[in-house]
Design a protein around this ligand. Structure first.
Ligand SMILES: Cc1cc2nc3c(=O)[nH]c(=O)nc-3n(C[C@H](O)[C@H](O)[C@H](O)COP(=O)(O)OP(=O)(O)OC[C@H]3O[C@@H](n4cnc5c(N)ncnc54)[C@H](O)[C@@H]3O)c2cc1C
Length: 408
């Protein structure tokens, strides 16, 4: 827990605070950076201690890389050892494959970078700008005055309770946000029953045989019945393995993820070769109930950011980008509310409308992309089309990008 000047030990009695942001992932930290640069006094609270590992495919799209550059982080990212990613390959249980170039229209590459490094870079910049950061501090719920959110309460380091009042509260506490559950409503954005319940799993590996590793500069999507496992090289000679699989597989293997991997990864020869040539470089991480949903505040005083606002199918590699771009979109609304002394529902609703108009198309396309790509038979058929199949995949990735943003 620290800040530029004499950090307090607890969020108690920090008033006046302009905004209390709960969650120091990419959404929360990048928003804190933007607000601090505009002169606001910000408290950023996270239950974890940084650097910390996080379940994620750790692929950042070219658009996301551009957003980091816009935050002034190009040098820090260059020093981090992030791997440039310029291509995606899709492999099937029959050993067929499609390959696509996934650079931005300006030729910009995406990045393979661990979440422990990426999130620590963002948080470090927030701190440098004077954001008051509380790590190891879990928010349990909002402080309400009537129906208005006027702060947050929880437990800090050592379990001591705290309460923090702020002009504006932002929930950036990720997928399954507890603040969103307590202050708003959440709606699924995928048709229930259209796909099995999915869980996410992730592990860092060191792949001993380079011939079996993901080729440099490539992000892999290896299809399995009902799901897929992605692989992406990150800094420090590690390879990220991260997938979305039917929850029944976890039940069948009683949660033993090594046994699950040994059995399930066999059905894709490319993935099986990678898995057998690899040694673990960290523990498994899992998340259950991966759904596409959007949450909206029903009370004044609070905004939602990042996954707490809405999730997107991970297969398109857009979640981090949406967290970064979503904060850029949200910052003016939060600043307007700070200037007015509180966040009224009118401003909150304007922010929600802006989010929908910016991201709805992308979310729908990523959903369609997910449903098309996780059908190995479809990919097998497309791979027979040779370079036309590859071109279709390139087109699919390109269509999920924000065309207005990147220079062509
Ligand atoms: C299987 C899978 C693979 C993915 N792969 C990719 C990928 O390769 N590329 C990509 O772009 N996106 C990917 N995503 C999506 C991406 O991980 C998310 O979109 C991104 O992490 C959202 O950032 P965020 O800041 O909103 O939330 P998070 O990164 O989840 O951060 C939320 C923060 O809030 C903190 N927090 C939570 N509750 C509390 C509390 N009560 N009190 C205090 N702090 C709290 C947490 O500790 C955490 O640090 C993937 C998602 C899944 C499920």
């Amino acid at each position: 827990m620290s800040s530029r000047a004499d950090p307090p030990d607890s969020p108690d009695d920090l008033w006046p605070i302009d905004a209390a942001i709960v969650g120091a992932g990419p959404a929360g930290s990048s928003l804190a950076i933007r607000l601090a640069r505009a002169g606001a006094r910000i408290a950023l609270i996270d239950a974890g201690r940084f650097p910390r590992d996080k379940l994620c495919g750790e692929y950042l799209s070219p658009e996301g890389a551009l957003a980091l550059e816009g935050l002034g982080l190009a040098d820090a990212i260059a020093r981090s050892g992030a791997r440039p990613i310029r291509a995606a390959r899709l492999t099937t249980p029959r050993g067929r494959r499609l390959e696509a170039e996934v650079v931005g229209p300006d030729g910009r590459a995406g990045l393979g970078l661990s979440r422990s490094a990426l999130d620590a870079i963002l948080l470090g910049e927030a701190r440098r700008l004077g954001v008051i950061v509380f790590e190891g501090t879990r928010v349990s719920g909002p402080i309400l005055e009537g129906d208005r959110v006027v702060g947050v309460a929880g437990r800090g380091v050592g379990g001591s309770p705290f309460s923090l009042r702020a002009r504006v509260v932002v929930a950036a506490d990720g997928r399954h946000s507890s603040l969103a559950r307590r202050t708003g409503s959440t709606l699924p954005r995928s048709v229930p029953g259209l796909r099995p319940r999915l869980f996410g799993l992730k592990r860092h590996l060191v792949v001993r045989d380079p011939a079996c590793d993901e080729p440099p500069g490539t992000v892999g999507l290896h299809l399995l019945p009902g799901g897929y496992v992605g692989s992406c090289r990150v800094e420090g000679s590690r390879t990220n393995l991260c997938g979305l699989l039917p929850e029944r597989l976890s039940r069948e293997h009683r949660g033993d993820l090594d046994a699950l991997a040994d059995a399930a990864f066999l059905s894709n020869p490319t993935l099986a070769a990678l898995w057998h040539a690899a040694e673990p470089a960290g523990p498994w991480k899992t998340v259950a109930g991966v759904r596409i949903e959007a949450s909206s505040p029903l009370l004044p005083g609070i905004f939602y950011a990042g996954d707490a606002r809405g999730t997107i199918d991970p297969l398109g590699g857009q979640g981090l980008t949406m967290a970064l771009l979503g904060s850029e979109l949200l910052a003016p609304f939060v600043l307007q509310s700070i200037a007015q002394g509180a966040a009224d529902l009118t401003v909150v609703r304007e922010a929600i409308r802006a989010w929908h108009s910016r991201f709805d198309r992308r979310i729908a396309l990523c959903r369609a992309f997910h449903h098309a790509l996780i059908r190995p038979s479809l990919i097998d058929a497309a791979s027979m089309l040779g370079r036309w199949g590859d071109a279709l995949l390139s087109l699919g990735f390109a269509s999920t990008r924000d065309r207005a943003r990147l220079p062509s």
